[in-house]
Design a protein around this ligand. Sequence first.
Ligand code: G1P
Length: 289
Amino acid sequence: MIKKCLFPAAGYGTRFLPATKATPKEMLPVLTKPLIQYGVEEAVEAGLHTMAIITGRGKRAIEDHFDISYELEHQIKGTSKEPLLDEIRSLIGQCTFSYTRQLEMKGLGHAILTGETLIGNEPFAVILADDLCTNDHSPMANNELPITDAKGILSQMIEVYEKYQCSIVAIEEVPMDQTHKYGVIAGKPVDNTTDIFRVTDMVEKPEPKDAPTNMAIIGRYILTPDIFDILRGIQPGKGGEIQITDALLEQAKQGKVIAYKFKGQRFDCGSVDGFVEATNYFYTRSVQK
Ligand code: G1P
């Protein structure tokens, strides 16, 4: 059973400078909620209550966010503002949070390896908070309400994990000229499905001419704990960094990685365009409710 969710959150967020000079990028809000809170909510919806967060220098606001703020609570107690804290209070009440610092930025694979001390020897989920996902699976058109009967992305992935018992990556098709932004997979459909693939190849951020397909990994993973030994053994890859994609390729060679085309939408909130798109989307949805 999967109980823990790892959040790599040590990166500098340079694409959002100067906003991220003293504020963690994971704390940038879409409407009134910071990105990382959306991630924690998705994990809780999937039944995970143990959050393991990889932080770094300048990231203390994340710890304070998932804590009680006595002074603030005292100030607004009994006022009309008090309900504004209800959601985060309830969330904090349902989870435990532990933190460890990544001392040097040596890539996503290195960040995940840093989390071994918090995860131990069990399968776990990974959420990259700047990929903001929603389970709404019909884009809003003609002011219609989106369909929200699907489960969250991580919940869907856990169902896939329960069936295949190996590492799972979430994928979506991207325009071919965008492959250089993602880990890209090749795979064969399994069990006559159209959304589940046994991965045969993975490449980190290939140029379109080198990309095996247009199926891109987005920031949701379920990893089996043997990934830590693999990460310890691999050489730096793309950009001189330890890449999770390279470690997963080792598992894939043994047929132990499934790619899952999730139902829902994902916004790349690591880019200004994606962030604005997410903000518009969630705003439109909030005024429709
Ligand atoms: C990371 C991974 C990449 C994946 C992406 C999803 O890249 O290295 O394989 O496709 O997350 O968001 P990053 O966005 O951190 O550069």
